[in-house]
Design a protein. Structure first.
Length: 580
């Protein structure tokens, strides 16, 4: 007997309350599918999801089930950048997962559909899906189109910094603001939103070929309807997320992450998701699998084209075809078939021909002449041969720190720099824009980790640096906070342990010497007062400073950020809330 029918026998009020909500008597005995979405007026990635909810609901109805709509919308990192609002970004992932857990656990459901597009909404839904472990399927909300001149939102930081430095006029900045987001969908670059849509399909939790479709495409609603039908079948079959997601499918996701130069925030989201299923992964797994894996996707911010072109080149299936020799092809997926069987079916059903037709239309629209291989490079002719992420360690980051080296100038792959520490992003950004930061500086922003301020993004500061022709290739930005998936330049995040916990980043003083060595994965303090010292001498100085250090007063006295500060685990483990 389905769980929903068992619960009807236990709770006599359930039927009348659902009838009062608009259900029909005949609906009560059908397989019950919860449709969770982040639909809301919060941002372009969620504003259109109601259409996908209705398409999925129709598919459920056609398959003999009943779909119940629940909503838990997400916030937009872009809208809160540069304000204290960004401090709420990462913890919102936890709250979305918690609210969905409440929705689906308080009343009975036999299966679930989870619809989201963006940075914290999709990871929050993934965590909830894993925690609930009922037969489930993900529908991703797709990507927005590029604006004129192939303008995409991640370029706004550059325009803003150029205006602040007097390099462009206000009219040009205003033009960029008015044209960067021409419609709905996730921002059109491989930021966290696009990365996590790709991860959902790679993990086998979304229908093959469905991730990162143009949001305005009629195919997206068709996929949603097909997902609705499949959700009812999953409920009857009893195929659960724990039957699909394994260590092997997570390895597939990390390998694809390397191939696409995915957002560094995936190092927070995939471990947090895996933890919900009792699988522990960490930054070391990313570092190990990225080594020697070809980076093949020529999409911004590490490449040159907007993200809508990803699908035109064949999307996730095309990337996986290039990665076949590295992937576990026998992992189970939400279709009830293996990854290898899904890819074979796509080759036979005209999927790639349809993608090429979309690319031809886009070429005409934008005046381009791109082929699929211009966008998704062959694995034997990659943009880079060593993945995209490195985990650095040393006496500055004993537990690790993360850099996307595909977005970092080669001049910064090995450097010794002067420390310029700041205790907040606001102080640092002002110093960068006012030219107080100089060539050869290692700029540190600390007390911005999960326990310090909620682990906000340092996007404006990273863009101010990377858009400066001199600074972008001669300084580094190191933080216990994190970066937007759009960030480029010599930026190192997730520095752990964080400053609020007394990590070494809290002990750095001006004119300490910081060594960055990406090939050898090192991030360490190698000198004091502009003088190189032995490791033993440096450690002695740090130990003396440690005796004088005191944690900052807790910034948030109540609410979710106080909860997050008290219970978040290390960023290198996923920064999820733990009650141990």
């Amino acid at each position: 007997m389905l769980n929903s029918q068992k619960m009807r026998k236990q709770a006599p009020e359930l039927d009348p309350l659902r009838l009062g909500t608009g259900w029909k008597t005949e609906d009560l005995g059908k397989p019950q599918i919860i449709i969770e979405s982040t639909f809301g007026d919060s941002h372009p990635g969620s504003g259109h999801l109601d259409k996908l909810v209705e398409a999925a609901r129709c598919g459920i109805h056609q398959a003999g089930g009943f779909g119940a709509r629940y909503f838990c919308t997400d916030i937009c990192d872009g809208e809160s950048q540069g304000t204290d609002g960004i401090n709420y970004s990462l913890v919102s992932r936890e709250m979305i997962a918690n609210m969905i857990e409440i929705h689906a656990s308080a009343t009975p459901f036999d299966g679930g559909i989870f619809i989201a597009s963006c940075d914290k909404g999709l990871p929050g839904n993934l965590m909830a899906l894993a925690r609930l472990n009922i037969p489930s399927i993900i529908i991703t909300g797709g990507t927005m189109a590029a604006g004129p001149e192939l303008l995409t939102l991640e370029q706004l930081g550059k325009y803003s910094a150029q205006y602040a430095r007097g390099e462009i006029k206000e009219e040009r900045l205003q033009w960029a603001k008015e044209n960067a987001c021409p419609g709905c969908g996730a921002c059109s670059f491989i930021g966290t939103a696009s990365t996590m849509q790709i991860m959902a399909e790679t993990l086998g939790l979304a229908l093959p070929g469905s991730a990162l479709l143009p949001a305005e495409s009629p195919q997206l609603a068709e996929y949603a309807a097909a997902a609705g039908k499949r959700a009812v079948e999953l409920a009857m079959e009893g195929l659960r997320p724990s039957d699909i997601v394994t260590k092997e499918s997570l390895e597939n996701a990390v390998l694809v992450h390397a191939a696409i130069s995915g957002s560094t925030n995936a190092l927070l989201h995939l471990p947090a998701f895996a933890h919900e299923l009792g699988i522990e992964i960490d930054g070391d797994m990313f570092d190990r699998l990225h080594r020697g894996t070809p980076f093949i996707l020529d999409i911004r911010p590490s490449g040159q084209w907007p993200a809508e072109f990803f699908y035109y080149a064949g999307g996730v299936p095309a990337v996986m075809e290039e990665m076949r020799d590295k992937l576990h092809m026998d992992v189970m997926t939400v279709t009830g078939k293996t990854l290898g069987e899904n890819l074979e079916a796509l080759r036979k059903n005209g999927f790639y021909e349809r993608c090429r037709q979309m690319l031809e239309s886009a070429n005409l629209r934008y005046g381009l002449h791109l082929t699929p291989k211009d966008i998704i490079r062959p694995a034997d002719a990659p943009l880079q041969s060593d993945g995209s992420i490195a985990v650095l360690r040393g006496n500055l980051a004993p537990d690790g720190a993360v850099i996307k080296h595909t977005a970092c100038p080669k001049t910064m792959f090995h450097a010794v720099l002067r420390a310029r520490p700041f205790d907040s992003e606001e102080e640092c950004l002002d110093a960068v824009l006012c030219h107080k930061v100089k060539k050869g500086d290692a700029v540190l922003i600390r007390y911005e980790g999960p326990k310090g301020s909620g682990m906000p993004e340092m996007f404006y500061t990273s863009e101010a640096i990377s858009s400066d022709k001199e600074l972008g290739s001669s300084i580094a930005l190191i933080t216990d906070g994190r970066f937007s998936g759009a960030s480029t330049g010599p930026v190192i995040g997730h520095c752990s342990p964080e400053a609020q916990e007394g990590g070494p980043i809290a002990l750095v003083e001006a004119d300490d010497l910081i060594e960055i060595d990406i090939p050898n994965r090192r991030l360490q303090i190698v000198g004091i007062a502009n003088q190189l010292r032995t490791p033993e001498e440096v450690e002695a100085v740090l130990e003396e400073r440690r005796t004088r250090w005191k944690p900052k007063e807790q910034r948030y006295k109540k609410g979710v950020l106080r909860l997050f500060a008290e219970h978040a685990v290390s960023p290198m483990k996923g920064a999820y809330i733990s009650y141990k």
